[in-house]
Design a binder for this molecule. Structure first.
Ligand code: SF4
Length: 452
């Protein structure tokens, strides 16, 4: 079978987005080019996420669709299962699905070539677990066509929150050497100046350089000395590791993004304890207060799990009051779903689906109103917007994001380009997006850098 084209489908978090870029980098070095659709590709990689339930079901549905398309077209195709579902359920799926060429867990991306070679010679193989000799950050990353770039600072996680699969699918926490991160960011700044850089880690602010012992604040300070990027962001901060030193450094470095994702998970200290999060409601709210005092321009976003085992009406009410108190700019909420191998999956006192659904609706209604008010307050202000491309809805409407991560929609103009950095006046707002118009002649982000 001759392999000429590929398609990588990505589900889940930014880690998966970056892993997909690594997978694509490897496929390109093998001489493959992108296909317009997965159905037309010789190699299809499904880079999956298992953080929520129905992950396996989604994979099976997609495999079925690809199988039908192959039959109709009468052509062969190699299908590989990657990501966290591959790590957790790969062996089982490989055994039951003959049309799955291989499974490749997040810790084995460096084995993609070997997996493809084996598949071409009709050997179905499982590549899971962790290969300590492999450095995924040494793999080529296909960063073409993007002006938002992810750079790994910390891989894996060792926190073992009781609901979370990440420590099982991505392994224990490992920080990259500071110099390697600085070199990567400098390289991006050279080849794609004006980009947004987002440092990644499940607990990114737990960063500790394995060579020098430098912490996350030191890393940010060092990176801020560079000038090739537009804004420096990072995901995801753990409240437990948000030190006063980090706040101090953030308050004085240039080109810091104004977006800070700080998962709360629950507003009840009792539930936080059951989640093994390592902070109380009071400590979280006190941290927010310290951050807001030092960084008044920052927009906070958060994650909330609704219906965690044992969550009473009183616990949930505490989540609502915490959300009211903080007034997050964005909030991602999910109904709790038990994940394999996690302690919480064995907890008693399950909250019924009906109760959890009612609670999450209540939370979304509250957050929707807060977001509407916060966004409306921005009407008349000017924000710098990094243009992403055409919006999903509306002919001639494009969208981008400000450095606080808010979506801004606007009417396109002749010659508009993704990656442009455009100051926009906000003319209208809903709970989920701002409407803007350029206040001056649009300029390329790279050209505008000198003025930032
Ligand atoms: S900190 Fe907790 S929720 Fe976040 S990745 Fe680690 S175990 Fe999961």
């Amino acid at each position: 079978m001759q392999l000429r084209t590929y398609c990588v489908e990505t589900w889940g978090c930014q880690m998966n987005v970056l892993d997909s870029q690594r997978l694509e980098g490897e496929l390109r070095t093998l001489g493959l080019v992108t296909a317009a659709r997965a159905e037309e590709a010789d190699v299809v990689l499904l880079n999956t996420c298992s953080v929520r339930d129905k992950a396996v079901q989604k994979v099976l549905t997609r495999l079925g669709e690809l199988r039908r398309a192959r039959r109709e077209a009468g052509r062969p195709q190699l299908t590989g299962l990657c990501g966290c579902v591959a790590e957790q359920e790969g062996a089982r799926l490989l055994a039951s699905h003959a049309d799955l060429a291989f499974v490749l867990g997040p810790g084995r991306i460096g084995d993609l070539r070997a997996a493809i070679r084996a598949a071409v010679s009709s050997q179905q193989r499982e590549w899971t677990g962790f290969a300590p000799q492999q450095d995924p950050d040494a793999l080529p990353i296909d960063r073409t066509g993007s002006h938002r770039h992810f750079v790994t600072a910390v891989r894996g996680c060792s926190q073992h929150c009781t609901f979370c699969v990440v420590p099982y699918t991505r392994g224990h926490e490992q920080s990259r050497p500071l110099e390697a991160i600085v070199r990567e960011v400098e390289h991006i700044g050279t080849v794609q100046p004006g980009s947004e850089i987002t440092l990644l880690g499940q607990t990114v602010n737990a960063y500790r350089c394995p060579e020098t012992g430098a912490d996350f604040a030191d890393l940010l300070e060092k990176l801020a000395e560079g000038s090739g990027f537009w804004r420096l962001q990072f995901l995801t901060s753990h409240p437990k590791f948000f030190t006063d030193k980090l706040i101090r450094i953030l308050s004085r470095i240039p080109r810091r993004g104004r977006y800070l994702h700080l998962p709360l998970q629950s507003g009840s200290s009792a539930i936080l304890r059951r989640m093994r999060r390592g902070y109380t409601r009071e400590e979280y709210l006190e941290l927010v207060s310290r951050i807001r005092t030092a960084l008044p321009d920052v927009t906070l976003s958060t994650d909330i799990i609704v219906g965690f085992p044992g969550e009473s009406e009183a616990d949930f009410a505490e989540t609502l009051t915490a959300v009211e108190a903080v007034r997050f700019g964005q909030l991602y909420a999910f109904v709790y779903s038990p994940r394999p191998r996690t302690p919480a999956a064995r907890y008693p006192d399950r909250v019924s689906r009906a109760v959890a659904s009612r609670r999450i609706e209540q939370l979304f209604a509250l957050q929707g109103e807060i977001q509407r008010q916060l966004n409306r307050a921005l009407v008349g202000s000017t924000v710098e917007v990094l243009v992403d491309g055409p919006a999903r809805r509306g002919e001639g409407v494009w969208q981008g994001r400000g450095d606080d991560n808010r979506v801004v929609n606007f009417a396109a103009w002749p010659g508009i380009q993704a990656g442009s950095l455009v100051p926009m006046r906000i003319t209208d707002a809903t709970a989920h997006a701002l409407l803007g118009e350029p206040v001056q002649q649009p300029a390329c982000a790279a050209e505008a850098l000198s003025g930032t």
